[in-house]
Ligand binder design. Structure first.
Ligand code: MN
Length: 228
């Protein structure tokens, strides 16, 4: 048995709807600008340029239902997204086999310190300080694909304090889920436990302490997150 020199970090484990078993997280990939209307609102051309990804840390995923307003920002934005959980992976995964690696889906938020991200963009620097902070990815229970079927269309909405802020349809993704899996596997080795946040529709905007965010999508129910 391996002896460790320091305390071992806990495995990040997410709840699965209808099961006592948990989903262990290995890596978190997030795609940028994957809905045309959101690319336009962020000042970019929605033409289909190659996809780009950034990463969050596994323990940024937070199923607690609370989002503590992070320090060093006065412009924290919600980005409602569907997270795709993988049960297996590999490299150079062909497009027609990509969906066979999906374990399930969950509602999630790619919370963003937009002011910090904007400053990094201007300087051509990486985005982690704006994207990969503590508890930056609230996530709901995982719904296995065996119960939802493949989710390639259907409404996704985000309300803040009951008012609709983001509205889109999963069929508006510029890069579809199988394309993201196949593309990522050309550059990285994907594996069981990997999570892909699939991008956000238009309507991103700021939140404040005390707000209640409510994200919903067909087949994935509704998840409420309170900003504390
Ligand atoms: Mn995002």
């Amino acid at each position: 048995m391996t002896e460790f020199a320091i305390d071992t970090p806990p495995i990040v484990a997410l709840p699965i709807a209808g099961s006592d078993a948990m989903f262990p997280v290995r890596r978190v990939y997030c795609i940028g600008r994957n809905y045309a209307a959101h690319a336009i609102e962020m000042g970019h051309d929605p033409d289909r340029e190659p996809p780009f990804f950034f990463q969050k840390n596994p323990n940024n995923l937070d199923p607690s239902g609370e989002f503590p307003y992070p320090p060093h920002s006065s412009d924290v934005h919600h980005e409602a997204e569907v997270a795709v959980m993988l049960k297996s992976g590999g490299t150079n995964i062909p497009l027609d086999q990509a969906e066979s690696h999906i374990f399930g889906y969950a509602l999630s938020l790619d919370m963003t310190r937009r002011d910090l991200q904007g400053a990094q963009k201007k300087m051509g620097r990486p985005w982690e300080i704006g994207k990969a902070f503590e508890r930056s990815a609230p996530v709901g229970p995982i719904h296995p694909v065996s119960s939802t079927g493949l989710l390639n269309e259907g409404a996704i909405t985000l309300k803040v304090n009951g008012e609709v802020r983001q509205e889109g349809d999963l069929n508006q993704m510029i890069w579809k889920v199988p394309e993201m899996i196949s593309y990522l596997s050309d550059y990285f080795e994907l594996a069981a436990g990997d999570v892909i946040l699939s991008g956000t529709p238009a309507g991103v905007g700021p939140i404040a302490r005390g707000d209640v965010m409510e994200i919903a999508a067909n087949g994935l129910g509704t998840v409420r997150i309170r900003v504390t």
